[in-house]
Design a protein around this ligand. Structure first.
Ligand SMILES: Nc1ncnc2c1ncn2[C@@H]1O[C@H](COP(=O)(O)OP(=O)(O)OP(=O)(O)O)[C@@H](O)[C@H]1O
Ligand SMILES: O=C(O)[C@H](O)COP(=O)(O)O
Length: 404
């Protein structure tokens, strides 16, 4: 069955429409550092406003633990959304309490309200289906229809992504439809060589995906926080760098399996090792198998791939016909550790094949480093979501909308 699109909901004039967006943007001291995901939500919201719907926007931000935490408030996001839509946007200081009830009942046709962070409520991410359903029922009271448009979160079986879609007439928004059109090209006979570049810090999420990519790709380039688990699997010491010790055996198996299947996994040969996590940290370029052999010893932190590795990765990317990149190569937010990410981004702009960047932080990285969205084939709002889509997995947030 194909995905149910917005049109399948018929006229939404005068109806209350709950829209699940992924407005999980990077914030620094309460200021949005990259508004890409807010911009990406605009086409669907504008369509609904133009139809005269009463629009109730819900989203998560970060990973709060089921209770309010000021630094994860969606208030700055609601303000930015109002600027981008060119209209007032009401903000409710809770998700399903009195403030939300008032904000929704005060909406007139064509008006928008944003409710506070879904993940301030334990029901949103609960492992217990009944608890998720109970929370979804509370959100469902605010809508006559549900539009799911948070592509970045369709891989999560969470109340507002999955259960809510079963409680109201539901359909995918324009962002999800647009993302699937491009990502489908990467799953249906991609041009080869096909290279996937992986980095970032959500290491355990992404390590789980790697094995499933083997039948699909020719080369995997490993950078970012996950490279250290690979180095550890090869028997190297990694100082105080990010490491998933319980994944070392899995990674060993990956290395063996990749060799058997003829998939090339290219690991860094040099790493930028820092004395501490900070822009003013002392740092040196170090062979990847000698991370602890610096003045910082076992407290040294690998915060970027080294220049030799970056150039090697760039060469592979430039000669690929299809490249998918998820996760920064280093801590690009700190200038001394941005070079690897910049070299890889530059190479993606130079390949004559299809280049796709996936992930909130990856998209933020390329923009922060001065690249334009138009220099890439596509910038996906989904990090984990796009990766799991590429591995051919059935994603709950898409299945519930009819996608097969
Ligand atoms: N060596 C490293 N050590 C620690 N953190 C790192 C390292 N390399 C990259 N990072 C961090 O990884 C973060 C991004 O990781 P993440 O996995 O969230 O990326 P993403 O997939 O683009 O985003 P998302 O999954 O949120 O859409 C950045 O904040 C960056 O600083
Ligand atoms: O940043 C993302 O990839 C999405 O917003 C999903 O966030 P999560 O990994 O915290 O579920």
């Amino acid at each position: 069955m194909p995905l149910r699109t917005l049109e399948s909901l018929g006229s939404l004039a005068g109806k209350r429409v709950v829209v699940r967006c992924d407005l999980n943007v990077p914030l620094k001291d309460g200021v949005i550092t990259d508004d890409g995901r807010v911009r990406a939500s605009v086409p669907t919201l504008k369509t609904l406003i133009d139809q005269g719907a009463r629009v109730v926007v819900v989203s998560h931000l970060g990973r709060p633990d089921g209770a309010p935490e000021a630094k994860y408030s969606l208030a700055p996001v609601a303000k930015r959304l109002s600027e981008l839509l060119g209209t007032d946007v009401a903000f409710a200081t809770d998700t399903v309490g009195q403030a939300a009830t008032d904000a929704v009942s005060n909406l007139s046709d064509g008006q928008v309200a944003v409710l506070e962070n879904l993940r301030f409520n334990p029901g949103e991410t609960s492992k217990v289906e009944a608890e998720r359903t109970e929370f979804a029922e509370k959100i469902a009271q605010f809508g006559d229809a549900f539009v799911s448009d948070g592509f970045g979160v369709v891989h999560r079986k969470q109340a507002s992504v999955y259960e809510l879609a079963k409680l109201l007439p539901s359909a995918a928004g324009k962002l999800i439809s647009a993302e699937l059109t491009v990502l489908d090209r990467l799953t249906e006979s991609p041009e080869r060589p096909y290279t996937v570049v992986l980095g970032g810090s959500k290491v355990s999420d992404k390590l789980g995906v790697i094995g499933h990519l083997f039948p699909r790709v020719n080369t995997l380039l490993i950078g970012g926080g996950m490279l250290f688990t690979f180095l550890a699997a090869q028997g190297h010491k990694v100082g105080a760098s990010l490491l998933e010790e319980d994944q070392i055996d899995t990674v060993k198996n990956y290395l063996a399996e990749a060799e058997k299947l003829g998939v090339e996994i290219i690991l860094p040969t040099d790493v930028v090792v820092a004395s501490k996590f900070g822009a003013d940290a002392e740092h040196v370029i170090q062979p990847a198998d000698a991370i602890e052999d610096t003045a910082f010893g076992a407290s040294g932190l690998g915060l970027d791939i080294g220049p030799e590795t970056a150039e090697r990765f760039a060469g592979v990317i430039r000669s690929s016909k299809t490249v998918f990149w998820n996760g920064p190569m280093g801590v690009f937010e700190l200038a001394p550790f941005a070079a690897g990410t910049k070299t890889v981004a530059q190479a993606l702009t130079e390949t004559d094949g299809l280049s796709v960047v996936g992930g909130g932080d990856s998209a933020a990285a390329v923009r922060a480093l001065g690249f334009e969205d138009s220099q890439f084939g596509h910038i996906s709002t989904g990090g984990g979501a796009s990766l799991e889509f590429l591995e051919g997995k059935r994603l709950p947030g898409l299945e519930v909308l009819g996608w097969q």
